[in-house]
Design a protein around this ligand. Structure first.
Ligand SMILES: C=CC1=C(C)c2cc3[nH]c(cc4nc(cc5[nH]c(cc1n2)c(C)c5CCC(=O)O)C(CCC(=O)O)=C4C)c(C)c3C=C
Ligand SMILES: [Fe+2]
Ligand SMILES: [Fe+2]
Length: 343
């Protein structure tokens, strides 16, 4: 029997340093997230980052935590439940890090008689630290614990017309009561090195932007190309003017150069240029989470207003919106009936 496995990033069990520490340990010790040699990774993560970050992150999580739990988990659960209502296949939800593991979700599917799984990484864009690590971990768990299962993976859906339509319409909805003079598309950042590592040709990606509009097989795994493509397609769908939109990258860690421009610098630049009303779209995430609710909706608002901006709006992610649920249900049901996957 066929079944669906939805996988998102995960969250700590509670917004306390005690629970944030093991979660961050698992996350940052992932070789596709901090991609240095194991000795250096151990030193960097356990010797340096985990000495102070859990306390700081716990405070940030506490600001956005809901009575029911982490927004990312609660929203992903609501989404999974709604998708389940639109298909006769079992649907399970797992997280790449934290206690809701991929292994548990695969076991849940197996217990229901599933032996053919559609894996859906809940990320629109391909990055080794998001989409790829979900696929690799799922395949490792399959090999070790569920060797009889057949697993097919939904491709990154950053340019799928159905996704672009639902994203664009949710943005239009968010802008209904907001007279913006600029829309910033802020995507989660990644180190520039990750772009080079993910380039199968080893020469296409130049990071400076000169490559991302030149056709290449490298774009199948190029996060930078894919996010700019999402912005462009939304711009075209909504008929937005080029001067009123821009793309930037948030949530970097100190150290290496990350994709630029940096979102926090953009808040300042846009305010200084005289933009008064700023809307921010966070399309690297399908569910609202720490990075959207705290970093963008709270911190970003403060940064923009301190630099002279007046009105600020974070457009919510797709979350468990009915139109987004319908798109996902269509994709999984088409796979069930005809083995067809979105392009
Ligand atoms: C080297 C560090 C990191 C890379 C690379 C990275 C890529 C990346 N992350 C997401 C999505 C999310 N990240 C979230 C939180 C978060 N991310 C990092 C670090 C890297 N992410 C850290 C340390 C944290 C934890 C919080 C903190 O201490 O700042 C979240 C939110 C999780 C939640 O519980 O709400 C998401 C979602 C993507 C899509 C991505 C690559 C494209
Ligand atoms: Fe992240
Ligand atoms: Fe590129």
């Amino acid at each position: 029997m066929k079944g669906v496995l939805l996988v998102n990033l995960g969250s700590p069990d509670s917004p306390t340093a005690k629970d944030v520490k093991p979660y961050l340990d698992e996350f940052l010790m992932d070789e596709r997230v901090i991609d240095v040699n194991p000795v250096l990774r151990n030193l960097l993560v356990r010797g340096i980052i985990l000495q102070t970050r859990p306390k700081k992150s716990a405070k940030a999580y506490a600001k956005i935590w809901w009575d029911e739990g982490s927004p990312l988990i609660v929203l992903s659960e609501r989404f999974a439940k709604k998708v389940q209502q639109h298909t006769d296949m079992p649907v399970a939800l797992g997280m790449r890090y934290g206690s809701m593991s991929i292994k548990k979700a695969l076991q849940e599917l197996k217990d229901k008689g599933v032996d053919e799984v559609l894996l859906v990484p809940l990320y629109p864009h391909y990055a080794m630290s998001s989409y790829e690590t979900v696929v690799v971990k799922t395949m490792e768990d399959k090999k070790e614990f569920f060797p009889e299962m057949k697993i097919t993976t939904l491709p990154a859906f950053y340019k799928s017309p159905e996704y672009i339509k639902v994203l664009s319409e949710s943005i239009a909805d968010g802008l209904k009561d907001f007279d913006y003079d600029h829309i910033l598309f802020s995507y989660h950042g990644i180190p520039e090195r990750h772009i080079r590592k993910s380039d199968p040709t080893k020469f296409h990606c130049k990071i400076d932007g000169s490559c991302c509009s030149v056709n290449s097989v490298a774009h199948n795994t190029c996060y930078r190309h894919q996010v700019y493509e999402t912005t462009e397609l939304v711009k075209n769908y909504l008929g937005l003017s080029e001067e009123k939109i821009s793309t930037s990258f948030q949530s970097r860690l100190a150290g290496d150069p990350w994709l630029k421009p940096y979102t926090d610098y953009e808040f300042e630049r846009l305010a200084k240029e005289g933009k008064k009303n700023l809307a921010v779209v966070t399309a690297a995430f399908v569910s609202d989470c720490l990075e959207t609710l705290e970093e963008i909706a709270m911190e970003g608002k403060e940064q923009f207003e301190e630099a002279g901006g007046e009105h600020y709006k974070h457009i919510p992610c797709l979350n468990d919106g009915d139109a987004w649920v319908a798109v996902m249900a269509k994709w999984v049901n088409e796979w069930q009936a005809k083995e067809v996957l979105p392009v």
